[in-house]
Design a protein around this ligand. Structure first.
Ligand code: ATP
Length: 356
């Protein structure tokens, strides 16, 4: 049984629909990330689960129980905010104890639970400090302890790492993921950072304009994005607009013929092809037997250290981006080089108008 179920969850603010018909099952112990651009409805969805935003329609079940109408403090959820929202005048231990005191948990029970929560986030011995005496990463761990002290059924993380600097973010990412695994706690995290979602979550929910566009593992989303939006949002893609003339044959708006792997669908008409930069090969000569091979000119080379981005202008003036590893044996392309780009038909995703 799913631990957390969202069924047709919607939120309307006046005429504005912030979340539309969100349906999602999260299994016990699973880590799911809600990912999408700013304003897509991620936080609204998380706050509906936490009970801080009342849904306009739809239902939320936690462990089989309908919690849709319950106030936040009667749900077994623990929420960690982006701003740690610690009380500056209270010690670390008092911050962690605060919610338990509000819920009238007996003092005899509070002390060991606070100690356990601080131990879990590796802050044992820090209980008497004030938040101002902690680093940003430590403060975020206090915020986490404050959520875990309730022993919640679901942990809700709202952009938990966005206030940390890049190095710390990488460390805390791993810490949270390890703790989540060790505790087996069902977790829903909101983030707009795809790398964060990709490295932490078991499954990703890609949202835009209040809707769920696709739910899947990292691999599902990257290899088989459901639509053009997901193909552009998760990882990078070069898009070539055009028409499917016949099953397996695509013609770009600039007139280039491309073989694609949509033969089974039999759909023809206006479409777009999405190419991942690392699935394209660039070479000074045309490879033998390539399913797609187009001549072009290197227009721009971006040196990224371990990788190079090579922008190639095709004969039709359309452009593709190719990513190649920066290996010593590679003859690095130079601007103005005449090259050939090639890729197998199956490595491109084809979207027709019906996919959006
Ligand atoms: P971000 O990454 O910027 O936090 P988000 O995906 O979390 O974005 P939400 O905070 O869920 O987005 O907001 C979704 C939309 O709903 C936004 O356009 C926002 O302006 C709108 N919205 C959120 N809260 C309210 C409110 N109380 N009243 C009116 N509109 C709101």
């Amino acid at each position: 049984m799913a631990q957390l179920e969202l069924n047709g969850l919607s939120k309307r603010y006046g005429e504005f629909q912030a979340a539309r018909d969100i349906t999602l099952s999260v299994a016990e112990g699973e880590f799911v990330a809600l990912l999408g651009p700013s304003g897509c409805g991620k936080t609204t969805t998380l706050r509906m689960i936490a009970g801080f935003v009342e849904p306009t329609s739809g239902a939320i079940h936690l462990g089989g129980r309908d919690i849709t109408g319950l106030p936040p403090w009667k749900r077994d959820t623990g929420l960690v905010f982006q701003s740690y929202a610690l009380f500056p005048h209270l010690t670390v231990a008092q911050n962690v104890a605060f919610g338990l005191e509000m819920r009238k948990v007996s003092p005899a029970e509070i002390a060991p639970r606070v100690e356990e929560a601080l131990r879990l986030v590796r802050l044992a011995g820090f209980g008497e400090r004030l938040p101002s005496q902690l680093s940003g990463g430590q403060q975020q761990r206090v915020a986490l302890a404050r959520a875990l002290v309730f022993r919640p059924d679901v942990l809700l993380l709202d952009e938990p790492l966005s206030n940390l600097d890049a190095k710390l973010r990488h460390e805390v990412r791993v810490e949270i993921r390890e703790l989540q695994r060790a505790l087996g706690i069902t977790t829903v995290m909101v983030t707009h950072d795809q790398e964060e979602a990709l490295t932490m979550a078991d499954r990703l929910v890609v949202m835009s304009e209040g809707r769920v566009r696709q739910v899947g593992t990292q691999r599902d989303l990257y290899e088989r994005p459901a639509d053009r939006f997901v193909a552009g949002f998760v990882g990078r893609s070069t898009f070539l607009e055009g028409m499917i003339e016949a099953p397996g044959r695509f013609r770009t708006s600039g007139g280039l013929e491309i073989r694609c792997a949509n033969g089974a669908s039999g759909v023809t008409g206006q479409a777009v092809i999405a190419l991942r930069p690392e699935r394209i090969t660039v070479a000074p000569t045309a490879p033998v037997n390539a399913e797609n091979c187009l001549p072009g000119t290197t227009e721009f080379v971006s040196y990224l250290g371990g990788l190079l981005d090579v922008h190639v202008r095709l004969a039709s003036e359309e452009r593709v981006i190719v990513q190649i590893p920066n290996r010593a044996e590679n003859n690095l392309p130079q601007i103005g080089d005449e090259v050939f780009v090639s890729w197998p038909a199956a490595s491109a995703n084809v979207f027709t108008a019906g996919d959006d």
